[in-house]
Design a protein around this ligand. Structure first.
Ligand SMILES: O=c1ccn([C@@H]2O[C@H](COP(=O)(O)OP(=O)(O)O[C@H]3O[C@@H](CO)[C@H](O)[C@H]3O)[C@@H](O)[C@H]2O)c(=O)[nH]1
Ligand SMILES: [Mn+2]
Length: 359
């Protein structure tokens, strides 16, 4: 039924313009419930952990699968920028994709139901979000003015109603919310049951905590900024990969005049990870971020940073200069940011113009 519904939808499928990237260290049984929505799309599966383990992909899906051996073979020494034993490995999928759009989802995220009980096609809503403009320069109090049944409210400047291109669509989660470990420890039974029927643009100059669980983005507009930073094996921190990518992406979107939306669609986050394990991964990030946020809030990018790659390399320079003193890790991360761009441009030569500058 859902497949017929999807075919009736007025939203373009974008089936040849969008890849679905899934990091996994477990299994892909969850794809069965997403089949009506995901089957038309190409999947890029990034297998984390032991490369000798066989990950079964349910019949009928078109996919490519990369394990750590593949990543090392493709990137050589540059593979050092791709995390191991952390969901941050997913960003390799963004790099090898050749499509305009990416949707990334965790393997414990199930199809949610809206308040009417209808199954939510999260991918369709992300596509709607990405294909309609954002409004970062002036907040519309009736939320997304481009949605059916909404519009710009009185007092909204007409000169701003065209909006700007949307680079990122940040979805949310019913059931297990994306809480940090301390919050999860004090509220172990809290579940998110609140379905808020809203999509809104995150205003220019405002940072936000980007969760990688249910995320869509325009890879051509912002792909090179979507580096999920060095986490997991051998790193002093975890569960800040998507946060790092979100802070870098937001300052670059603000500089480039691009928009980021958050809200619908919801997925059903089925399982809570272990808060004690998470606390060990997060604890340094919890105090480092009190320095990281002021850094990102004060970032300015020069006018000659006219491409995402140039912005990102400038950002890496500033990370090294200003955060290296917080911890040696940030020197390593800054170097990894540069390696990421080098690897991105190597795998995506079409975005690098003849004179070496990037589109
Ligand atoms: O070492 C690993 C661990 C996990 N994965 C895959 O990554 C995603 C998320 O794993 P999980 O659901 O266990 O993690 P959460 O604590 O629920 O969510 C965190 O992960 C990030 C969001 O994506 C963010 O840091 C937190 O929200 C699953 O697909 C695992 O299979 C992995 O590849 N390697
Ligand atoms: Mn999870």
């Amino acid at each position: 039924m859902a497949a017929i519904e999807a075919s009736k939808s007025s939203t373009p499928l974008l089936k040849d313009e969008l890849d679905i990237v899934i990091p996994t260290i477990r299994n892909l049984d969850f794809l069965e419930m997403w089949r009506p929505f995901f089957q038309p799309y190409h999947l890029i599966i990034v297998q984390d952990g032991d490369p000798s383990k066989k990950i079964n992909v349910p019949e009928g899906f078109d996919y490519e699968l990369y394990n750590r051996n593949d990543i090392n073979k493709i990137l050589g020494p540059k593979a050092s920028c791709i995390s191991f034993k952390d969901s941050a490995c997913r960003c390799f999928g963004y790099m090898v994709s050749k499509k305009k759009y990416i949707f990334t989802i965790d393997d414990d995220c199930f199809v949610a139901k809206d308040p009417t009980g209808k199954e939510i096609n999260a991918l369709e809503q992300h596509i709607k979000n990405l294909l309609s403009p954002s409004t970062p320069f002036f907040f519309n109090t009736l939320y997304d003015p481009y949605r059916d049944g909404a519009d710009f409210v009185r007092g909204y400047p007409f000169s701003l109603r065209e909006g700007v291109p949307t680079a990122v669509s940040h979805g949310l989660w019913l059931n297990i919310p994306d809480y940090d470990a301390p919050t999860q420890l004090v509220k172990p039974r809290e579940r998110n049951t609140r379905y808020v029927d809203a999509v809104m643009t995150i205003p220019k100059g405002t940072l936000f905590p980007m969760c990688g669980m249910n995320l869509g983005f325009n890879r051509e507009l912002i792909g090179p900024a979507m580096y999920f930073g060095l986490m997991g094996d051998g790193q002093p921190i975890g569960r800040y990969d998507d946060m790092w990518a979100g802070w870098c992406t937001k300052v670059i979107c603000d500089h480039m005049g691009l928009g980021i939306k958050t809200g619908l669609p919801y997925i059903w986050h089925s399982k809570a990870s272990n808060p004690f394990v998470n606390l060990k991964k997060e604890y340094k990030g919890i105090y480092w971020q009190e320095e990281l946020i002021p850094f990102f809030q004060s970032v300015t990018l020069p006018k000659d940073c006219t491409t995402v790659q140039k912005c990102y390399l400038e950002l890496a320079k500033q990370v090294k200069a200003k955060l290296g003193k917080v911890d040696e890790y940030f020197n390593k991360l800054a170097d990894a940011m540069v390696t990421w761009i080098e690897a991105w441009d190597e795998l995506n030569p079409s975005t690098v113009l003849a004179n070496g500058s990037t589109k």
